[in-house]
Design a protein around this ligand. Structure first.
Ligand SMILES: NC(=O)C1=CN([C@@H]2O[C@H](COP(=O)(O)OP(=O)(O)OC[C@H]3O[C@@H](n4cnc5c(N)ncnc54)[C@H](O)[C@@H]3O)[C@@H](O)[C@H]2O)C=CC1
Ligand SMILES: O=C([O-])CC(=O)C(=O)O
Length: 332
């Protein structure tokens, strides 16, 4: 593993609403020496233009771009070979966002194919890299892509769903209710990343514990519905992009710091044995080899214990939906 400051990162879907600000924040991370960005030639902004723009930062990071022209017949693997070779971390915000009235699960059919072509290329060209999947529905896409890695004999714990935005939101909302310093709040959010599968553990944080009992349920519900709050406010023009880029950069920074030997802990969704479900989001410590420790859930309040049962019920079905949506092994 290279020393701190010498990592290569690829962002796939870099011209999109999340991809552009995420690429910007990653290019500013002092651990990143090279940033490769990838998108389709049909993206609203040419990815070459995003790279030209990013390459003017007064930062050491070298930025390269890769566009897949759908007319040329080039496969994702052909275009991604150079982008992915030597990568330590691949972030994937490529995919379709939801519109008002849709659930994240409605995106599975289209987004699983997008995730698959990128993850297949990661398996070929950077099988040891951590792959951070932002693309929705995280609850289903991550199990499917981890299964794809497993079938290829690769480490399925390299495939990680980015749920950091749920923690970021829970921290901000607790700050608003309690007035506690926002940088002192760290609410673990466990379970999954859709509706009632999102379970903030207010009882495990000093400020979270002080939320008045009569406000707890509404706060829990607000964290669950925060994505929809943004989708509704954007009125058909997309979902959270800026807060997601902020959260994605926080996740990327934790992974790269860990690889550099400075261990960091974040909540993340991956293959897990902390519950009877095969995939779950919980606190994870990133170290020099990637995922170093998957932490147990810890003590829960009565409200959280009750909610956990509902989380498991919904998440179980969404994990199965993802794995069932993956083409049979022979077609991979
Ligand atoms: N995990 C989380 O907490 C969150 C996840 N999301 C998800 O992130 C995804 C992206 O959202 P936005 O950036 O707002 O969408 P967007 O439409 O603004 O950008 C998506 C980008 O992906 C590119 N793309 C599409 N198909 C591709 C392919 N086959 N190969 C490479 N690039 C491809 C598009 O050209 C576009 O530039 C959505 O699925 C959304 O639901 C959004 C917010 C939070
Ligand atoms: O709500 C959406 O569709 C996007 C998302 O995952 C979020 O903002 O948490």
């Amino acid at each position: 593993m290279p020393a701190a400051g010498n990592f290569k990162v690829c962002v796939c879907g870099a011209s999109g609403g999340i991809g552009q600000p995420l690429s910007m924040l990653i290019a500013m991370d002092s651990n990143v020496a090279e940033l490769a960005i990838y998108d389709l030639s049909t993206a609203p902004v040419p990815v070459q233009g995003v790279a030209a723009d990013l390459s003017h930062f007064e930062r050491k990071c070298k930025v390269t771009s890769y566009a897949r022209d759908l007319q040329s017949g080039a496969t994702p693997s052909e275009v991604l070979k150079e982008a992915l070779t030597g990568c330590h971390l691949v972030m994937v915000p490529a995919g379709v966002p939801r519109k008002p009235g849709m659930d994240r699960a409605d995106l599975l059919k289209v987004n699983i194919g997008i995730a698959q072509e990128i993850v297949e290329a990661c398996a070929k060209f950077c099988p040891d890299a951590i792959v951070g999947l932002i693309v929705n529905p995280v609850n289903s896409v991550v199990p499917a892509m981890a299964e794809l890695y497993r079938r290829k004999g690769l480490d399925s714990k390299k495939i990680i769903g980015v749920t950091t935005l749920d923690v970021v939101r829970a921290n901000k909302f607790v700050h608003e209710v309690t007035g506690a310093a926002v940088d002192q709040i760290n609410i673990p959010v466990i379970g999954g990343h859709a509706g009632s599968t999102i379970l903030p553990l207010f009882s495990q944080d000093a400020a979270g514990k002080t939320v008045p009992a009569d406000k707890l349920e509404a706060l829990d519900k607000r964290v669950q519905d925060a994505g929809t709050e943004v989708v509704t406010a954007k009125a058909g023009k997309g979902s959270a992009t800026l807060s997601m880029a902020y959260a994605g950069a926080r996740f990327a920074s934790a992974v790269l710091s860990g690889l550099a030997g400075e261990r960091r802990t974040e909540c993340a969704y991956l293959e897990s044995s902390v519950t009877e479900l095969p995939f779950f989001s919980q606190r994870v410590t990133f170290g020099p080899k990637g995922v170093e420790e998957v932490h147990p859930i810890g003590p829960l309040s009565a409200h959280e214990t009750k909610r956990l049962e509902a989380v498991k019920k919904q998440l179980k079905g969404e994990i199965e939906d993802g794995i069932n949506a993956l083409p049979p092994a022979s077609k991979l």
